[in-house]
Design a protein around this ligand. Structure first.
Ligand code: GDD
Length: 318
């Protein structure tokens, strides 16, 4: 039985990953969480071990690693929201970089240099991609468009460097946008779906305020994405990095139109200048040749189903 540690276990991706890991076999899973409220509402609180930890504090990370001695770590805990990083870059850097360093340094200090870590970077590292470089492969130059992207470059390169310098078994993944039920507001499909659900219930008047609809992103259902993560620790080459996405680019307007087509009421659309970012990547789409070759993974859930499920998630909650 594999001993697995998941940081940020009670979050959006953590919850879906744990459901998948519990489905595939009887892993021994420990998860970290930060706030009591996230533990209280956590679906799997009786199915896995949970440890409260502030990953920005080395002593707390060491205590978690010492008590779990994991074979595998999925390091998911992060500040993942782009607008939040623009508002508060320093907290984003601390959250994303300090936690990664503490995790690696704790493993080295405790002599657990066989523990494999999946380091979750981001497609955001590529940023303002030169249109000639689309779809982006793993060698595309970094042109970050916000502090979150810069924090992910640092985190990503720490994985590269600790693998080279200390032979830590790290596999890096650069996921493109992954969405699904359970994602918090602050991400485009959740923002749109929550508003539609509120309008359907009469909580909000039937006008949706939206941001930039022209941007294009590569969307994958989170339930597909989490299937890749254990495959990467099994089959990925240590020290290597893998893009993960659908390989298709979809305009944000299409996400909105699809969600509106499922709506039970008529809704008008207004652009909200407050939702426009000071800089926004116009288009990004993944070249997924490397990850397909290494693992055989391909996303399966159609975008329409993902969006319907997100809308139903919010309909059950607003
Ligand atoms: N959040 C949000 N809310 N975005 C909007 C809205 C809105 O009401 N209206 C338009 N957008 C546009 C944004 O300007 C952006 O161009 C696009 O929708 C997607 O925004 P997000 O869902 O916030 O995602 P992101 O692309 O900035 O970043 C996500 O993907 C990365 C990987 O590619 C995040 O999930 C990151 O954590 C992740 O690393």
């Amino acid at each position: 039985m594999k001993k697995i540690l998941i940081t940020g276990a009670t979050g959006f991706v953590g919850t879906h990953l744990i459901r998948h890991l519990l489905d595939i076999n009887g892993n021994d899973i420990t998860g970290t969480f930060r706030s009591e409220s996230s533990r209280e509402s956590f679906e799997f609180k009786d199915k896995i071990k949970l440890l409260k930890a502030d990953l920005e504090t080395l002593g707390q990370v060491e205590a978690v690693i010492k008590s779990t001695k994991p074979d595998w770590i999925f390091h998911l805990a992060a500040q993942a929201n782009v607008p939040e990083s623009i508002k508060d870059p320093i907290s984003t850097f601390h959250s994303n970089i300090d936690s990664q360093l503490n995790l690696f340094n704790a493993l080295i200090k405790l002599g657990l240099t066989q523990t494999k870590t999946l380091l979750v970077s981001s497609a955001e590292v590529y940023g303002y991609v030169n249109p000639d470089d689309l779809p982006v492969d793993e060698d595309t130059p970094y042109r970050p468009a916000n502090p979150y992207a810069v924090s992910k470059i640092a985190q990503d390169y720490l994985g590269f460097q600790y693998n080279l310098s200390y032979k830590l078994p790290v596999v890096r993944v650069r996921p493109f946008n992954h969405i699904g039920p359970g994602q918090q507001p602050g991400f485009v499909s959740s923002d749109f779906a929550k508003l539609i659900a509120e309008i359907e219930k009469g909580i909000t008047k039937p006008v949706m305020k939206v941001g930039n609809l022209l941007a294009k992103r590569d969307f994958t259902d989170v339930r597909d994405m989490v299937k890749l993560y254990p495959l990467l620790l099994e089959k990925g080459v240590l020290g290597e990095v893998y893009n993960a996405g659908s390989g298709k680019s979809v305009q944000i307007k299409e996400i909105l139109d699809l969600l509106l087509s499922f709506s039970k009421v008529k809704i008008s659309i207004e652009t909200d200048p407050a939702k426009m970012r000071p800089s926004d990547i116009p288009e990004i789409v993944a070249d997924v040749t490397k990850v397909n070759k290494a693992t055989g993974w391909k996303p399966e859930i159609p975008l329409e189903k993902t969006l319907k499920d997100i809308l139903d998630y919010w309909r059950a909650r607003v």
